[in-house]
Design a protein around this ligand. Structure first.
Ligand code: ZN
Length: 271
């Protein structure tokens, strides 16, 4: 059984501030310990549950946060930026399950450190549904016929996961109080919970369905100012829905997803 584990950072127990997520911050060393600890718990649980091959994708920011020396030595680690499938790089039809570890609520939802990808859109809609990284990435896995079996993060992320992914296993490691405060499990308790949930997710994998969407696939991004929307409209094929909202459509999910990633790059460069 082959498992791909995408590891983000904002949904890890103990994270309440963007400063903890920033590679330039004095707290970053501790942040990587916390991230790697939960990643290793999910890996251990995957092997407990019968996985024979595990691939880990470092999915936060520069996407090269975790040290190859500190990650469980049984896995392959996909690390580094500019990957065509970004947080889901490595996924293909040969996998049996995907885990999303350290995930968080999407832009425009309440929840600890809520945002979608680089944080420039204030709301992302996918085929009309307000979407965060859980739904967007579950659909990448679904394109290849692979179900998301486990999602870990705060209560809000768990709610998002369960609303779109029937039967998904969850491990809730913190309760958000506001976007920048939460009531956290200890790292030890969070890791134990994730390890158990990972093993039980694989036991239930037979009953889980890949998350798929009916084409045409429609990404609709709302920004905080018209200058960003102007910039994003430089991408061929986009449509200005209103002063702050730009959309992109394709019959193919991966084409639509890569269009979405490109819109984010343009948005980020809007100044
Ligand atoms: Zn994220």
């Amino acid at each position: 059984m082959k498992v791909l584990i995408s590891v983000d950072i904002e949904g890890i127990a103990g994270f309440v501030s963007w400063k903890q997520c920033d590679a330039g911050s004095p707290q970053y060393r501790q942040s990587i310990d916390l991230m790697t600890g939960e990643a290793n718990a999910a890996i251990a649980g995957a092997f407990d549950g019968g996985a024979t091959e595990v691939v880990v994708v470092d999915s936060h920011g520069s996407q090269r946060n975790m040290s190859p020396l500190e990650i469980d030595q049984r896995v392959r680690l996909i690390s580094g930026g500019n990957k065509p499938l970004s947080m889901m790089q490595g996924i293909d039809e040969s996998f049996d399950a995907v885990f999303l570890v350290g995930y968080h609520a999407g832009a425009g939802f309440t929840g600890s450190l809520s945002h979608t990808y680089d944080g420039t859109p204030s709301v992302v809609r996918l085929n009309g549904m307000q979407a965060g990284e859980i739904m967007v990435n579950a659909a990448v896995a679904g394109y290849f016929g692979v179900p998301v079996a486990l999602v870990t993060g705060d209560t809000a992320a768990m709610r998002e996961a369960q609303s779109s992914l029937a039967g998904v296993e969850i491990a809730e490691v913190k309760e958000p109080i506001s976007r920048y405060s939460s009531n956290n499990l200890s790292p030890t308790a969070a890791r134990e919970k994730i390890r158990k949930a990972a093993a039980s997710a694989l036991a239930k994998i037979g009953g889980m369905e890949p998350f798929t969407l009916e084409p045409p696939i429609h990404f609709n991004l709302t920004f905080t100012n018209v200058g960003i929307a102007d910039r994003v409209c430089l991408m061929p094929g986009t449509r200005r829905e209103d002063p702050l909202t730009v959309s992109y459509e394709s019959d193919d999910y991966i084409t639509a997803y890569q269009g979405f990633l490109t819109m984010l790059v343009l948005a980020d460069s809007a100044g």
